[in-house]
Write a protein that binds this ligand. Structure first.
Ligand code: URP
Ligand code: ZN
Ligand code: ZN
Length: 463
């Protein structure tokens, strides 16, 4: 059996830190301890480096068909880029086409991923058409196919959006089987009206994207979905939260002892809406929904992490190349929504988060790996470095300085949202299930190395 000994590193988990060696046999961590004897097939010296659990990005869209085009990363390029950036597992969204079944969406996404993904992957199913037929499919997805979370869109009217009644009925059905509903919280009708008003006034440049989706659009939907969940005591996870107003709705809910799981994404912590004014249509690079906000929102989100209101930092990785973005050159509402980020998340969170004292190193591990694993039923196989867990480990050099750029990244996108950013800390080696996948920027795994991860129901939701 293959074995690997990582010597002299500092092992960091969500709760502990220790100078230790890690001995891996096959795909699993066998021993964590000091002065482990060198009986492995391969030994790696990790002196001066941290060993982090492999990152888990709970929100990605590989090859998503969207707004007349497709996200530019497929499961090969996207998960490979993830591995370069220390993310070993993704949870992608199998999105139902209205009129089709949930099963057909899941089958389609399995087809996209199988034989291509190099990182491990699981699926949420996004329900865009809830009816008597869809309802019957929930049980099998949760109980037999490892899909325990169901996404709802409160926006993208006419394409992905569910109305409140559908969401309420979906929540009731999902709860019967121990699953959880997750929500993109924006008021779709309000967005529609604001977009139409701006277009009618001739306001067609990217700056009008955030102005058509102001914070109240998100805060209203956030408050509404929280109330709906409260009524039926349903677990709820809100994806990609961006602003103080929405976070305050969560804070309010805690006063009636309601637990709401909240995710934000690295771009909402680090980029602000001034970028929409970039010359030559440059703002299009950052057109995503909800949009980037103000610096005061970034501050609120960072604090929300330390206050345990926000438990997951994902990416909503949904890249489109420049030519695709240009579909909206004459009309901001036609710019495909989304941006690249899977490769940058861990290094940015370390450099901008840990090194700038916005969060400690354990919180870093928690929000990038452990909590997504717990909330979405992958823990303790994923999300930690412990005996018996999958040996998904990032050997991270905390001192290495580098510059982010589309010229050097591995995402299939011809721009970077962080072009020219100087960061400190780099993923030196990424190990997935005991195999060195990436070392010093070189890949050692082939297409199809990634495995599908059927997920458990979270045993209890107060994780
Ligand atoms: O702009 C975004 N976020 N694109 C991807 C789809 C979604 O809303 O998550
Ligand atoms: Zn969304
Ligand atoms: Zn998304």
């Amino acid at each position: 059996m293959n074995s690997l000994l990582i010597k002299n590193g500092t092992v960091v988990t969500a709760s502990d830190i220790q100078d230790a060696d890690v001995y891996i046999e096959g795909e699993k961590v066998h021993t964590v301890g000091t002065d482990l004897q060198d009986k492995a097939t391969r030994v790696i010296d990790a002196k001066g480096c941290f060993l982090f659990p492999g990152g888990i990005d709970a929100h990605t869209h590989m090859e998503l068909p969207f707004m007349g085009t497709h996200a530019s990363d497929d499961f090969f390029t996207g998960t490979l880029a993830g591995l370069h950036g220390g993310t070993t597992t993704i949870i992608d969204f199998a999105i139902q086409t209205q009129g089709d079944s949930l099963q057909s969406a899941l089958n389609t996404w399995h087809e996209k991923a199988k034989g291509k993904a190099v990182g491990d992957y699981a699926f949420h199913v996004a329900v865009t058409d809830f009816n008597e037929n869809t309802k019957k499919e929930i049980k099998s997805l949760v109980e037999n196919q490892g899909v325990t979370s169901f996404k709802t869109f409160m926006a993208y009217k006419g394409a992905l959006m569910l109305d409140d009644r559908q969401i309420i009925e979906l929540m009731r059905e999902v709860k019967k089987y121990g699953g959880m509903v997750t929500t993109h919280a924006e008021n779709g009708d309000l967005v529609d009206v604001l977009v139409t008003e701006n277009r009618n006034k001739g306001n067609l440049s990217p700056e009008f994207h955030p102005l058509s989706r102001p914070p109240i659009v998100e805060a209203e939907a956030t408050g509404r979905i929280i109330d709906i969940a409260f009524e039926g005591s349903h677990p709820l996870y809100i994806v990609h939260m961006t602003c103080e107003e929405a976070l305050n709705r969560v804070r309010e809910a805690t006063k009636r002892n309601q637990k709401v799981f909240v995710e934000t994404c690295v771009q909402y912590l680090l980029l602000d809406d001034s970028v929409y004014a970039e010359a030559d249509f440059g703002g299009a690079k950052y057109v995503m929904s909800p949009p980037l906000r103000k610096k005061k929102d970034q501050a609120a989100l960072w604090k929300g992490i330390t206050q345990n209101l926000i438990e997951v930092v994902a990416t909503d990785h949904c890249p489109f190349c420049w030519d695709q973005k240009k579909m909206g050159l004459k009309d901001f509402s036609k710019i495909p929504n989304g941006a690249p980020g899977i490769e940058n998340r861990m290094e940015l969170m370390f450099s901008e988060g840990v090194l700038k004292n916005r969060l400690d190193i354990h919180k870093f591990v928690e929000v990038t790996s452990t909590k997504p694993a717990k909330i979405f039923g992958l823990f303790p196989k994923k999300g930690t470095i412990a005996v018996g867990a999958d040996a998904d480990i990032v050997i991270f050099d905390p001192d290495k300085k580098h510059t982010m750029s589309a010229k050097t990244h591995h995402m299939n996108c011809d721009y970077s949202a962080y072009e020219g950013w100087q960061v400190t800390g780099k993923c030196r080696t990424t190990i997935l299930r005991g195999t060195v996948a990436i070392d010093e920027g070189k890949a050692f795994i082939g297409k199809g190395f990634g495995k599908y991860l059927p997920r458990k129901k979270p045993g209890e939701f107060n994780v």
